[in-house]
Design a protein around this ligand. Structure first.
Ligand SMILES: NC(=O)c1ccc[n+]([C@@H]2O[C@H](COP(=O)([O-])OP(=O)(O)OC[C@H]3O[C@@H](n4cnc5c(N)ncnc54)[C@H](OP(=O)(O)O)[C@@H]3O)[C@@H](O)[C@H]2O)c1
Length: 388
């Protein structure tokens, strides 16, 4: 029986994780739950079903409202960023599944690592911001960072097919998003509704926009670099619209191993929870005959500059990935609120990298300072664009 704390319990990954935990009551139980605090009804229902020891809300003003939704006895309720850190570090858990969205996940995920808890990582933004800090902390505390992202879970599974020294390169697959075939002119005009229509995956809004700009794949290049210790030049991307091959590993002898499956996050989440074993997942089985053709194309870094910006920021190191991530989070939020256009997202990120990319972020304090400064700077840049 493993105890699992879920950070981001009310999100797309969090809800799927709790469904899986409910399907395997002999294997898993919930330790703690955390969310921002914007879906209190859903969270209260999760608390009723899973009876966590403690619950943390990032938004302290939502705690009283949650308390009113709960019958007594109720779990310990923690509030604010410190509450999330306390939950991740102090509630007894074998695994902390990190599925908050964005940089807000960094401190609780780091706290889980420092407390020696296995981390199942969906929240890729944390590794982009602080890959060196997180992987060093994981090594020092003997903690496994298990991938939840379907691409990195695929690579993790394929890597079992050889020794680390035998790996030639990692090949991440990208669906290409809803705009894979649009012209540069048409990309300037896409709406929020169109950008939220992902062709193969149902996910939270931020990652859905990241998938449409291909920033998601850019973040995944950096994630792959840190999770598997692979130089950036040996992490490639191919566009695979069917989302059946979740990623591949090429070995020195020319063999390429791939992991295939239906596009259902249940598969990689369950693998991270049950690792090193496998449990029967209720996801539909893959019918390769029905799928028919599997196609692969090169990505277009001109129409989708986010992919290039992310690779360059990863290779530059220092504060550049922190800047990339912070500017992207602000730009995506602005696009979702109709405050900037779709193609302003890469422009805002490029401008932020020009202004702040050469900074250093050697420790946590410096990383958080750059993150806060770039968020302010990008907000101001969005406001300037609106006025002009
Ligand atoms: N969805 C997928 O299929 C998928 C696949 C691979 C990787 N991932 C990664 O997993 C993470 C979660 O994705 P998701 O799609 O599950 O996101 P989501 O559906 O938007 O859910 C996000 C969760 O984080 C909380 N949250 C939202 N904004 C927050 C903020 N500013 N600060 C702190 N917490 C916040 C939400 O709480 P409230 O409900 O209270 O707002 C919710 O519990 C992301 O890093 C994403 O890139 C997702």
């Amino acid at each position: 029986m493993k105890t699992v704390t879920v950070l981001g319990a009310t999100g797309s990954v969090g809800r799927r994780t709790l469904e899986l935990i409910a399907q395997f009551p002999e294997e898993f139980r919930v330790g703690g739950l955390a969310a921002r605090g914007s879906n209190l009804r859903a969270l209260a229902e999760q608390i009723r079903v899973h009876r966590p020891e403690a619950v943390a809300l990032l938004d302290p003003s939502a705690v009283d409202a949650l308390a009113r939704e709960l019958a007594t006895p109720r779990p310990e309720l923690l509030a604010g960023p410190d509450g999330l850190v306390t939950l991740a570090a102090s509630v007894k858990a074998d695994i902390v599944l990190s599925a908050l969205v964005g940089g807000a996940g960094l401190l609780p995920t780091l706290a889980a690592i420092r407390a020696g808890r296995t981390v199942a990582l969906a929240n890729k933004e944390t590794l982009v911001m602080a890959g060196a800090l997180m992987t060093t902390a994981a090594r020092e505390h003997g903690v496994a960072l298990l991938p939840v992202d379907s691409e990195h879970s695929a690579i993790f599974q394929c890597l079992a097919g050889g020794r680390p020294s035998e790996v030639k390169r990692l090949i991440l697959t990208a669906s290409g998003g809803p705009f894979a075939k649009l012209s540069p002119e048409a990309l300037e005009r896409v709406t929020v509704e169109q950008a939220l229509q992902h062709p193969t995956w149902r996910m939270g809004t931020k990652i859905t926009i990241d998938s449409a700009t291909l920033m998601n794949k850019g973040l995944e290049i950096i994630e792959g670099h840190w999770l598997f210790g692979m130089p950036f030049e040996r992490v490639d991307v191919v566009v695979h619209p069917q989302s059946i091959v979740h990623s591949m590993v090429e070995f020195v002898d020319g063999s390429v191993l791939a992991q295939l499956g239906v596009p259902d996050m249940g598969i990689p989440i369950l693998y991270a929870l049950s690792f090193p074993y496998r449990l029967p997942c209720a996801a539909p089985t893959l019918d390769v005959v029905k799928v028919g053709a599997l196609t692969f194309d090169a990505p277009d870094p001109v129409r989708f500059p986010c992919l290039r910006l992310a690779r360059e920021a990863g290779m530059a190191g220092g504060a550049a990935p922190v800047v990339l991530n912070a500017a992207n989070e602000i730009a995506v939020a602005a696009f979702l609120k109709g405050r900037c256009r779709f193609m302003d997202i890469p422009r805002l990120i490029a401008d932020a990298l020009d202004a702040h990319g050469a900074a250093t972020a050697d420790d946590l304090a410096a990383c958080l300072a750059v993150d806060a400064e770039v968020r302010r700077w990008t907000e101001a840049a969005v406001a300037r664009r609106l006025q002009s």
